[in-house]
Structures are given as C-alpha cells and as structure tokens.
Ligand binder design. Sequence first.
Ligand SMILES: Nc1ncnc2c1ncn2[C@@H]1O[C@H](COP(=O)(O)OP(=O)(O)OP(=O)(O)O)[C@@H](O)[C@H]1O
Ligand SMILES: [Mg+2]
Length: 315
Amino acid sequence: MKIVSIINYKGGVGKTSITANLGAELAWRNYNVLLIDLDPQTSLTFSFINPDEWEKRFLKSNTIKDWFDSFESGEVKLLKDLIFVPERVNARLKDKGKLHLIPSHLGLINVDLELATQMGGSNLKQTKKNYIKIHRRLANGINKFNQDDFDVILIDCPPNFNIVTKNAIVASDFILIPAKPDYLSTLGIDYLKRNVNELVRDFNEYVDVDDGSEINKIDPKVLGVIFNMIQIYANVPISTIRPFIKQTKKLGIPVFDSFVRENKSLFGDSPQYGIPVILNAYNNNQTFKGIVKEMEEFVTEFIKKSNIKNGNTRN
Ligand SMILES: Nc1ncnc2c1ncn2[C@@H]1O[C@H](COP(=O)(O)OP(=O)(O)OP(=O)(O)O)[C@@H](O)[C@H]1O
Ligand SMILES: [Mg+2]
C-alpha cells in the first residue's frame, strides 16, 4: 500500500481533477484505490456524489472532519468506518478495481485551529512530543488499515500548508504536485519544496526527543510535478511554457514527461456526472481522445515512478 499526497499551495491548479482522474484510471487498471478528501472545499467528494446525497448520508457524522473531531470527544472513530464506494463511478468500473472515498466537510477548516491549540506544552520536550502526536494523527489512522486493504491511497489536499496538510505529508510515501506552467506557479513549487523539507527536518528531529518511541522517521519523496492546463497548438504544447518546465527542473524537482492540456468544458462538466473525464466512454471527439491519451500516459508514468503494485499481481 502506497500513500500519495496531492499538494500545491496554489489554488485551482488541478489538484482535485488530477486526483479524481488518477484514482479512477488506477481503479480501471485493477488497482484497489482509496481517495481521501482532505480539503474543506469538498470538491473531490462532490466529484463523485451529489450534494443532496452527501447531505443525507454524510453531513451529520460521516466525514473526515468527524474523524478528527472524534479525538476531542474521546470516542475515537476508525477511518475505515468512513469509507464508502461511490456508485456511479464504480458502476462504470464494473468488475475492475474499486474506487473508495472518505468524504470531506466544510467544517474541516476548524479542525486546523483546534489542532493548532493542542500543539503547545509546558516545556520544550512536551511541546515536541505534542508536535509529533498532532502531526501523526492521520498516519496513525491509516496505519490501522491492513497493508492489502488498498493498493494506493490518494490524499487530495487543500491549497495551503496548514496542520491538516502536514498530516497528509507525514503519512505519505510520495508527494505529487500538479501545477500550471506559469511564473507564479513555478515560484510556488520552490516554496512548497522548502516547506516540505522543513517539515521533514523538524519531524525527524522531534521524533528523536522521545526516547524509546517507536515512531519512524519520515521521508516522503517528491514524485514529480505534473503540468496541467497546458495550452496546445497543433497537438504540441505551445513554446512559451517551456521555460517554466525548465525552471522547475533546475530547482531539482522531478517533472513528469506527460502533461494534461487545458479544456474547460470537459473538466468543468465531469464532476456533476460523478465520473471523471478519463472514464467518460461516450465521447467521440478528437479533443476528448487527446486528453484521455495524455491522462493515460500520465497514469502509466505515475505507476512506474511510484512502483505501486496491484493486488492481482502481488504474490
Ligand atoms: N486541464 C484542465 N483544463 C481546463 N480546466 C481544468 C483542467 N483541470 C482542471 N480544470 C478546472 O479548473 C478548476 C480548478 O481545478 P481543481 O478544482 O481540480 O483545482 P485544485 O487545485 O484542486 O483547486 P483548489 O486549490 O481550489 O483545491 C476546476 O473548475 C476544474 O474543472
Ligand atoms: Mg482541490
């Protein structure tokens, strides 16, 4: 089981769209996938279930917010009790892999504040212990799954670097960074990388403070930047984006060879049908086929880089 966080500070670069399509395509290729929506905007959740259904089935007590809240109420929930199998996409997947989802909730915003208040301590040692405890909350929750419950867990993060996002990074084997090829996005990637490095350094230093602790140090690897919303001319990316790709590579950050082109209507419409673009079988136009091909190439590269194994081929 590999855990991958999809992050970027910048809003609207395609984190959620990439997560939904990657998850769906991996399930199509027989992987058993869990998606965790860690963004209070709830976009990933609403890419698979409609808001009415969410309100009826999840709003009250079955979201990731309720899981975080349960640490305060004393009766800690299990992540596995929040998992559900969205119907429309899984009907499309038929007997291939399964796609599972842990839904989010707008109230997740307050969870960050609550966690921040718990970070203090009466002395430095206690503060460091609390830091580890708070930052490992999600990792501990995920550790309660069996290794073969899922082949891969994808965590869709909000566009910030708050404690909930840091929980995702601490729990992860890999970080995937969707980005737009423009000046500000490239600056953001450098900043993100430095903050991830700082988190890893602090976490690993604080783990050492707790003698006898059995907590492992962390080493999440940046899998790469996947450039999204690329402008295409005659089926190739327009030349003005090349400097940004080059700039990112210069920062020592791996970049996927594959990319995903810009197409507002296809990406904008798919969430309301509950099936990501890549599994939309009823579209025959050339642009659609081009996008599916790009996404498929990206997923193939993702599998290669992350070396995830699917349950059917595992010994
Ligand atoms: N390749 C694309 N071409 C055109 N539009 C896209 C593409 N990918 C995503 N979009 C659209 O851009 C908007 C933002 O995408 P998305 O929600 O995936 O980004 P995000 O990084 O998750 O945003 P946030 O930071 O708010 O969570 C959405 O309306 C989505 O439909
Ligand atoms: Mg998003």
